[in-house]
Design a protein around this ligand. Sequence first.
Ligand code: BG6
Ligand code: MG
Length: 217
Amino acid sequence: MLKKPGAIIFDLDGVLTDTSEYHYQAWKHLADDEGIPFTHEENDEHLRGVSRRESLMYIIRGRQYSEDQIQEMMDRKNNYYHELISHMSPNDLVPGGRALLQDIRDAGIKVAIGSGSKNCRMVLDLLQITDLLDGIADGNSVVNGKPAPDLFVYAAGLVNVPVAECLGVEDADAGIEAIKSAGMQLWLLAHKSVSTEQIRLCQHSQICTCKIYSTSS
Ligand code: BG6
Ligand code: MG
């Protein structure tokens, strides 16, 4: 049974907005440039919630690139991603998202973001929800990204709520692991059928299997 939390810490990409699809399209563009096979299924299986560098390492695995080339490819992917998100607006927020965040605040619960993205603040501004947030932990906040607990622990610190009183909301395996290791309650938003591994990780947690918006997977 879920206890009333002192803070709710939301992942951003794939939870409050469908930017996961834009991350996929930007990586796909890069993979096509480089002649590397890369599918939507691989993206959903291996890249959701994973940092920019780790995502690239998965895509180029087994191929030799210098650090300069790796850096250039990460920058190129980020430029493609910027092009894709440049048209985002409050309409790209999950339906009912603004009202949900407002209701949580009205209930006296802090609202924070725990996102591994360095583009997090830009996306929050495009969605026009920055004013509803008590804290933002993003890809620039900690050294060790998800699945390490650091990002969620940092977010809890920003809103001054003990981790045991926080609820984390996630769509990706790396994030589920991060929330569980941080010692928080977990709410999983599942985009596809829930795997046995996820059920194991999610014990004593809430699993929401209804799609809150459509994804192409
Ligand atoms: C996560 C996304 O939120 O941020 C990943 O789920 C993405 O797909 C990661 O790779 C890093 O994002 P960015 O914007 O810093 O490249
Ligand atoms: Mg996510």
